[in-house]
Design a protein around this ligand. Sequence first.
Ligand code: SF4
Length: 311
Amino acid sequence: MTATLYWLQGGGCGGDTHSFLNVDPPVVDLFQTLKVELLWHPALSNASPKTHHALLEAIVNQEQALDVLCVEGAVIRGPGGTGMYDQMFEKPKKDWASALARRARFVLAVGTCASFGGIGAQGEIEATGLQFTREKAGGFLGSSFRSQAGLPALNLPGCPLHPEVLSGALSALVSGVSLPLDEFQRPLEWYNLMVHQGCTRNEYHEYRVEDRSFGERGCLFFHLGCNGPLVNGPCNKLLWNNRSSKTRVGVPCVGCTRPDFPQDYPFFETRNIEGIPLELPNGVSRPHYMAYKGMAAAAAPQRLKERTTLV
Ligand code: SF4
């Protein structure tokens, strides 16, 4: 059976679309394989505004079935809750988002802005995610929202999201496979592991061989602000372009799947107390960490200290 899909572009940069266009297999083949009929995507559809408007009305009036609603970008509520900063067919886009979400069998928040509000969540545009504003549950649709299939919106954060997370979620939903979620409504399948897991710099982390400047081979956690041990995400499991990841090429993870992304302190530096990072790897106690890391640094093999081990 064919599943219909509508893609709503809210307040965002379009980066998730660009990411998704790199999916393997290519989008057209993927949709054919999954029997997904694309009703509308702002970058891929060429229907006239009149036809597009008629389609929207047909969905809202229950004349056109909608199986999957993908929302990319935050819902803009400003100024003053009117939503008029972001309009479509002379209505605030937030009103379309609400009407479409209530008609869809499944709702996917594509990227961090749609999931949690992202960059605009603290500004005058009053941006929010579908069911969260940063870490606070509720968001635009409210915590009790359920789609026609009885599910909350699936949050697929990432700035941008990894294309295979979206293709995997679509495959699961149209095939009837359930996706257990974490406390932020992210599927465990892709968000139950840390960016740190699978990073090729792990041995350097283990022995506290720390980089203080870019372009070295050591770990980026202690001085350069790497979020790898703090955030959940698949970046070192599903490699980008099937090839690499930020941390593998020496760029600290900026934690783009975190509900509170972007952080309100500078990137690329590690906040610390007496040289020990303020934020420790998830679940680690400070006294144990200090004892362990002191011993680990003393035991570091020379090949790591000299950074001759390749990453
Ligand atoms: S660079 Fe980041 S992700 Fe890699 S080992 Fe160090 S802390 Fe973990």
